[in-house]
Design a protein around this ligand. Structure first.
Ligand code: SF4
Length: 123
């Protein structure tokens, strides 16, 4: 899979999971909607889970164990916003979905998300 396709899928998956709110969406339904293989989809959902953006809940559906994906609610504090790298980023105008530089591929933003996810788990 190309990096571009992977990046777009990741963005699309997160957007669709968020749209479902606390009801969430079954992995299998989501993969059908975005025409991804279960291997591609599972890899992305596990990455989103590691970043603390979604929760994978194991559930029994029509007699089979599967996962439901639910967006995590994150508490926003003033400290969190001050540390957000995009706030003072000189590359902001060139950055966006579909551009070579985007939030999906930015190492600085990725580090911030992982640090925030770690904080959330610690306390
Ligand atoms: S995602 Fe990265 S490159 Fe884009 S504005 Fe934020 S810090 Fe800058």
């Amino acid at each position: 899979m190309s990096g571009k396709r992977h990046e777009n899928l990741e963005y699309e998956i997160l957007r669709m999971i968020k749209e479902k709110g606390q009801e969430g969406i079954l992995q299998s339904q989501l993969w059908k909607l975005i025409k991804a293989t279960s291997r591609e989809g599972s890899r992305i959902s596990m990455r989103l889970e590691r970043a603390g953006l979604v929760e994978r809940q194991r559930i029994l559906h029509e007699g089979k164990w599967t996962y439901k994906l639910v967006a995590k609610k994150k508490a926003i504090t003033v400290d969190t916003l001050i540390e957000l790298p995009c706030g003072f980023c000189y590359l902001q105008e060139k950055c966006g979905a579909g551009n070579p530089l985007s939030p999906c591929t930015c190492p600085r933003l990725n580090q911030w998300v992982e640090r925030e996810a770690g904080r959330k788990q610690d306390g």
